[in-house]
Write a new protein. Structure first.
Length: 432
């Protein structure tokens, strides 16, 4: 039975806060286990990666090449059905078009002191993309991570995806080749993150690691951050739906379950102004679960982490949505554009009755790598700029230097940094 809340009850504030604080998807001892694996990879390189791959994925690798005779990316891609290739290509075109619009521009200007200032954007040299592997088929994850990197101008894109027993989805293989992956290694888990961060065998280190994974992958990304950049620490998937009495009950139920089926730790929440809708959506979810192939994990997620919250107004719903800061937010209401300005915190927003979150997972073009676990309060989804760096540029003329030097000298002296002060004063023939 899904939990229900009513904002009009005195107990709501505390109950809602406790609900948001509940842990999801925690794994015992993951921190120490991951640290041991990363230390092993750092110290023993390809030998350690090959050993873990044999243990966890039943796949023998050459410890230098980190490749297997049983995994051929091009041969796997050739087995991808034509209709699926066309769907992948369709999605790829839309993803590329969306992300190309995000391209920032270099800029330069001269201020009132005569100092030239500006910035320049440059691409990362090498990026590692982690993709869940095996028979799980997530070609969309390949596209969402590789295409923006390719557009940004990243020179080396390395994909890792485990291939247990030599098995890898042909759709993942086709997406990787068509999107522009330069190198592929059939490795996964914390050991793959370690190999990308530190290097192992012929796999040279990358500058940034992106892509989703399980708790071990997420923890490994957390631990290597600083040695390399990362996109985010991904948690279980989330959806929040704000609905009024114009919403279709069965559509809303299906949308809620679309995220519940990812993982038993996923979360789906409905905020609605209609008590009738709240009741009927709950019944529709139960009904749809009876015939859903992924009902076991979806049902667990719904009963353990789902919620239906009745609110007094859409404005109140927006306020709660900003507290939840969900990965995905659907505004299934009569006039979603009117409520949108009140939404401050969400990974991605889907407006209206005909924009289910699932469209964004695949083909709207927007990126589906999004902040989870309330991280939308301070971070954004993956985009083109995640594969670029902004470099500041400045040039002072003699006149500009003379205008800036006195304040720079005073600040350097205040901070007790005489070498800083001298690097300025020496240009004015004034000793400090």
């Amino acid at each position: 039975m899904v939990r229900t809340f009513d904002v009009r009850k005195a107990s709501f504030k505390d109950a809602f806060a406790a609900f948001l604080a509940e842990p999801r998807g925690a794994v015992d001892n993951v921190v120490d286990s991951v640290r041991d694996i990363l230390d092993d990879v750092l110290g023993n390189g390809g030998e350690a990666v090959a050993r873990y791959t044999a243990k966890f994925d039943r796949l023998t690798l050459d410890p230098t090449l980190l490749q297997s005779d049983n995994v051929d990316l091009h041969a796997l891609a050739a087995a991808c059905p034509q209709d699926l290739r066309e769907a992948i290509d369709f999605a790829a075109v839309r993803i590329a078009a969306y992300h190309e619009k995000q391209r920032p521009t270099d800029h330069q200007f001269t201020d009132e002191a005569g100092v030239q200032l500006g910035w320049r954007w440059t691409a990362l040299d090498a990026v590692g993309v982690y993709v869940p592997g095996g028979l799980a088929s997530y070609p969309s994850s390949v596209l969402m991570n590789v295409i923006p990197a390719k557009l940004a101008g990243v020179e080396r894109i390395v994909m890792v995806a485990p291939a247990p027993g030599g098995q890898l989805s042909p759709a993942v293989a086709y997406a990787a080749i068509s999107a522009g992956v330069h190198e592929y290694y059939p490795i996964g888990g914390a050991q793959a993150i370690g190999a990308l961060a530190f290097g192992a065998g012929h796999l040279l280190p990358v500058d940034k690691i992106v892509g989703p994974g399980n708790a071990y992958v997420a923890e490994a990304k957390r631990q290597v951050f600083g040695s390399v950049g990362i996109d985010t620490i991904a948690g279980p998937s989330e959806i929040l739906v704000i609905a009024d009495d114009t919403a279709n009950v069965d559509w809303i139920a299906a949308d809620l379950l679309s995220q519940c089926e990812h993982d038993a730790a996923s979360q789906a929440i409905l905020l609605t102004t209609s008590e009738t809708l709240a009741e009927t959506v709950s019944k529709s979810v139960d009904s749809q679960l009876e015939v859903l192939e992924t009902a076991q994990r979806a049902g667990q997620a719904w009963s353990n982490h789902g919620a239906i919250i009745t609110v007094s107004s859409l404005e109140q719903a927006a306020g709660l949505a900003n507290q939840i800061a969900a990965e995905h937010l659907e505004l299934a209401i009569d006039d979603p554009e009117a409520l949108l300005p009140q939404i401050k915190h969400a990974g991605a927003v889907f407006l209206g009755h005909h924009t289910p979150e699932a469209l964004g997972d695949y083909v709207t073009g927007s990126n589906h790598v999004l902040p989870t676990c309330r991280a939308a309060r301070f971070s954004s989804g993956l985009g083109l700029c995640d594969f670029l760096k902004r470099m500041s540029i400045q040039k002072a003329s003699l006149e500009g230097f003379q205008a800036l030097a006195p304040a720079a000298l005073r600040l350097a002296e205040t901070e007790g940094l005489p070498a800083h002060a001298r690097s300025v004063s020496i240009r004015t023939n004034k000793e400090r």
